[in-house]
Ligand binder design. Structure first.
Ligand SMILES: [Ca+2]
Length: 417
């Protein structure tokens, strides 16, 4: 029950899990030969009883075999001075630009030294799960220093997910000429389920995740092509619908929609080999999902789900599969609360190559999923002993992973030195 309560409040960062003694530990394993063929015969990492007796659509869709990293690795805390960090990207100079939920950004160098707060951003509504959320850099950032970010904005009609852009000043102390370029309407009087990740695609357009705002009355809008809630949208640098979107010629659909039927997507990443877009989204009580996103497709919420209401009631017709609705590649029951994700592209730990790393807020850890031919073939939980709510993660140029936690820590996760 405690885990379920935590999931309800999963985005509210003032709530912290118990038992953090403030002394992060590192996890190391015994040395053994490095291989790209993980042992996938282990018991599943999930030992707890599921909330439902729902059956997966295919073998391996949940509770896959456990795997273990054989390379000795460590999670090293570089800083503990961030305030509710939410998104992290690496700058061309090797430093990191990090959003803080309250409405500021900071730069961290590779040693964890933090800059002062970067100011100049439009006001955010940081109530509940809202605030300054994910960020991305312009593909020409080295020339134009343009940054794009997602935030929750308070309007007269309610709150919504918005996207803005601005220029990082020459001295890196301010965002200049900040402009709001996109509103995921309709606004709604809730402070939950804003989505909030943003990535450039290789065409120079951005994919942005939104949420369905949690309430019963807005939940069905995830299925509506006339609302931007519960969607992944694809927009230009000016916030307009990107050319080539799947519903561009449908008069009854929002032209910015890329995919729909999502609940609350807080993880977005491009697969390094296939170029596919992958996402993670929060389920209700049970049913957190990993999806491979294809344009124009319907990912099912709230019509199909592997979860139930927090109250224990069924959701809709309590169905998990339906023709025309996409199945998740993988799901969890009970939930892990998946936030930021990244495919590992570094060289420091070769056995991690192209694995998906997922920040987990509830049962705090970083999940490592081994993916073969678009199916999950192994799962591992990293840094669980640290009891941190990991919020976002990115590749570093040095071959390690860098992650931020709700408690304000910046981690370097790489080979044990
Ligand atoms: Ca789904």
């Amino acid at each position: 029950m405690f885990r379920n309560i935590l999931h309800i409040i999963c985005g509210i960062s003032i709530i912290t899990v118990a038992c953090n003694n403030g002394t992060p530990t590192s996890e190391t394993k015994k040395e053994s030969p490095v291989s790209n063929q993980p042992d996938t015969t282990g018991a599943p990492v999930e030992k707890d009883t599921p909330n439902t007796n729902y059956k997966p659509a295919f073998a391996g869709q949940t509770r896959i075999a456990g795997v273990h990293t054989t390379t000795p690795y460590e999670g090293k805390v570089l800083s503990s001075g961030l305030m509710n960090p939410w998104g992290i990207v690496q700058l061309p100079d090797g430093n990191f630009l990090i959003t803080e939920k309250g409405g500021t950004m900071r730069i961290a160098d590779a040693n964890g030294q933090l800059s002062d707060k970067i100011t100049g951003l439009p006001a955010v509504n940081s109530d509940g799960q809202g605030g300054l959320l994910g960020l991305t850099l312009d593909p020409d950032f080295s020339k134009n220093k343009m940054v794009y970010w997602v935030f929750s904005e308070k309007l007269k009609e309610g709150n919504l997910t918005a996207v803005a852009k601005g220029t990082l000043s020459a001295d890196n102390k301010k965002i200049e000429n900040a402009t709001v370029i996109y509103h995921a309407t309709p606004a709604h009087n809730s402070t939950l389920h804003y989505g909030g990740r943003i990535l450039f695609d290789k065409s120079g357009y951005m994919v942005v995740s939104t949420g369905e705002r949690s309430d019963i009355e807005t939940r069905p809008l995830a299925q509506s092509l006339q609302a931007a809630l519960g969607k992944i949208v694809r927009i230009t640098k000016e916030g307009k619908p990107a050319p080539g979107n799947p519903f561009a010629n449908d008069k009854n659909a929002r032209p910015e929609i890329w995919s729909y039927g999502h609940r609350n997507v807080q993880g977005l990443a491009w697969h390094p080999e296939t170029g596919d877009l992958w996402e993670t989204e929060f389920g209700p009580r049970g049913g957190d999902e990993v999806n491979r996103v294809e344009p124009g497709k319907n990912y099912g919420w709230p019509t199909i789900t592997y979860g139930i209401e927090y109250s224990g009631e069924k959701i809709g017709d309590a169905i998990q599969q339906k023709a025309g609705l996409e199945q998740p590649v993988y799901y969890w029951d009970p939930v892990v609360s998946p936030s930021g994700i990244v495919f590992y592209t570094g060289n420091e730990i070769p056995e991690w190559k192209n694995n998906l790393f997922i920040c987990a807020l509830n049962t705090p850890h970083i999940a490592r999923l081994v993916i073969t031919n678009n199916k999950v073939t192994g799962e591992e939980r990293l840094l669980a002993a640290d009891k941190e709510r990991f919020r976002d993660i990115t590749n570093g140029k040095d071959g390690a992973l860098y992650a931020v936690t709700d408690s304000g820590k910046l981690y370097r996760i790489g080979k044990k030195k």
